[in-house]
Ligand binder design. Structure first.
Ligand code: CP
Length: 318
């Protein structure tokens, strides 16, 4: 694997899931693979899980790790092309990226959507510039449009807990007070569309996702029908993609909060969320505190997805 930016970099899925199972069963088997190799993790945005799980994965592989928080202690970076740099950003990303590439063997990048300009966000300008100019393998720690390490962990978790070969998986929009990117639901849809599960997406009118990610999934606006018989309920907020204006909260309708009544319509479904989660906005305390909640197991599997990806990139470098 050269880079890891989307599900396309790990297809077909079944061998990738088998590798993940190997990694989980014996996390220290490749402790020499990363010796004298350095991972640089570059964060343009905050993180708890991605930072810790990816670092842990690299340590399990024997790597050295450097973490750079662009907004804390680094020069402010200009990311736009062709601008007169007379503002508060003293360094351009066009120099910063190849310099970062000099100090490491693999680069992980987190760069969220700005939610101001849909075309700019959906071009994945920052991630793609790291791919183009760093000279090193690059993996996404959540870009503007996808969060593949999260989706890989989500799929590993579903495979571990499914009670039927083709479970019904429901992706539901849920309310949130602030505008959030579409990266997690886009990516989740992209990965689940590569399985033979029954996949349903539900959201209020106006919150349609990019059709390139929805693909053939059924979109169901009726909450009762959406939840009926579901085996997994995956909740996430996202801001408007097709609705105007782009990247805004159209409303935060609490009827879409995942609660015990809606979960009672399911086939004893498991509840999933990538975290961090706003309790009693996205999901009630009753549901997230119940045995049906897999949120901690998902977070634990972030080490597995990151280690599987890093292992494959290291093997390519060897
Ligand atoms: N789920 C996830 O990526 O969590 P962090 O934003 O804390 O990394």
């Amino acid at each position: 694997m050269k880079n890891f930016l989307s599900v396309n970099d790990v297809l077909p899925l079944q061998p990738a899931l088998a590798l993940a199972r190997e990694v989980k069963a014996n996390p220290f088997a490749d402790g020499e693979l990363g010796r004298n190799k350095t991972l640089l993790m570059v964060f343009f945005n905050a993180s708890l899980r991605t930072r810790l799980s990816t670092q842990r994965a690299a340590l399990n592989l024997g790597m050295n790790v450097i973490v750079l928080d662009i907004n804390q202690g680094a020069w402010k970076l200009e990311t736009e092309r062709g601008v007169v740099m007379d503002g508060d950003k003293p360094e351009h990303i066009l120099e910063a990226i190849p310099v970062m590439g000099c100090y490491c063997d693999i680069i992980g990048v987190r760069a969220f959507a700005g939610l101001h300009d849909r075309d700019y966000d959906y071009r994945e300008e920052i991630l793609n510039q790291f791919v183009q100019y760093s000279g090193k393998p690059v993996f996404s720690m959540e870009g503007a449009t996808r969060h593949p390490l999260q989706s890989f962990a989500d799929l590993i978790t579903i495979e571990e807990y499914k009670k039927t070969p083709k479970p019904k998986v429901l992706l539901t929009w849920a309310p949130h007070p602030k505008a959030l990117p579409q990266a997690v639901p886009n990516s989740f849809a992209e990965w689940i569309n590569q399985t033979d599960y029954e996949f349903v997406i539900t959201h209020p009118e106006g919150y349609d996702l990019d059709p390139a990610f929805v693909q053939g999934a059924r979109v169901e606006y009726d909450l009762e029908k959406a939840y009926a018989g579901a085996d997994f309920v995956y909740a996430k907020n996202w801001s408007a993609y097709t609705g105007e204006p782009y990247g805004k909260v159209l409303h935060a309708d609490r009827r879409w909060t995942v609660d015990a009544r809606k979960m009672s319509l399911t086939n004893n479904a498991y509840f999933m969320h990538c975290l961090p989660v706003r309790r009693n906005m996205i999901v009630t305390d009753e549901v997230i505190d119940s045995p049906a909640s897999l949120v901690i197991q998902e977070a634990a599997n972030r080490v597995v997805s990151a280690q599987t990806v890093l292992r494959e990139i290291l093997r390519e470098l060897a």
